[in-house]
Design a protein. Structure first.
Length: 202
């Protein structure tokens, strides 16, 4: 019988809050602000590279395809997610927030990246902002304070039961996909056929 992911996630969040409380105290900040990241566009083109979410954002939320979104945590308060869901005719946009995580966070939906400024803390100078330089928005420029980053990165090496269960689930998917690719290879499938078998099994 597999464990209750909802309960594991709640415990996981409690652990992250405790770590953030300590990290903010060490750095002398009032709030943790984590941008999810921004799309990178190819030089002289309007095509973007595949999006890679900020690992510090992903540690709190099971979201990997939400560029220009933000996580805010202030000790003693519920975490807040600023969730970009733009109106876009040409591109697939993130679906409405759903899942167990939504019961543990305040969620603000925005339609443009700039709308996030309405929901971010009032004083950026009192925030530990963890992210890439290109994630900057107004005064919210990632400062990556060494005391905060060092503590959180060290603690991130110790996986919570929720993270361990997620790693197990990922391993099950990976093993199933690799077995399917092996069967296709031994059956004489083309490189494309092997890749297709892998993707379908995953």
């Amino acid at each position: 019988m597999r464990p209750d992911l909802s309960a594991l996630y709640a415990d996981h969040l409690d652990t992250l809050k405790q770590r953030a409380d300590e990290a903010l105290q060490r750095g002398g900040f009032d709030a943790l602000v984590v941008p999810s990241g921004r799309l990178h566009f190819q030089f002289f083109d309007d095509r973007d590279y595949p999006f890679a979410v900020n690992p510090q954002f992903k540690a709190w939320l099971p979201l990997v395809r939400v560029p220009d979104s933000w996580l805010i945590y202030e000790p003693g308060q519920r975490p807040k997610v600023i969730y970009l869901q733009p109106f876009d005719y040409w591109h697939v946009v993130p679906s409405a927030p759903s899942g167990a995580w939504t019961g543990h966070m305040d969620v603000a939906i925005i339609r443009t990246p700039e709308e996030a400024l309405q929901h971010l803390p009032k004083d950026a100078s009192k925030c530990a902002i963890l992210g890439e330089p290109q994630s900057a928005l107004g005064a919210f420029v990632p400062n990556n304070p060494p005391a905060v980053v060092a503590y959180l990165e060290y603690e991130r090496a110790f996986k919570t039961p929720y993270e361990i269960e997620m790693m197990r689930a990922a391993s099950r998917v990976g093993a199933r996909a690799h077995r399917a690719a092996e069967r296709a290879f031994r059956a004489g499938a083309s490189e494309f056929g092997i890749h297709l078998a892998y993707c379908q099994a995953a």
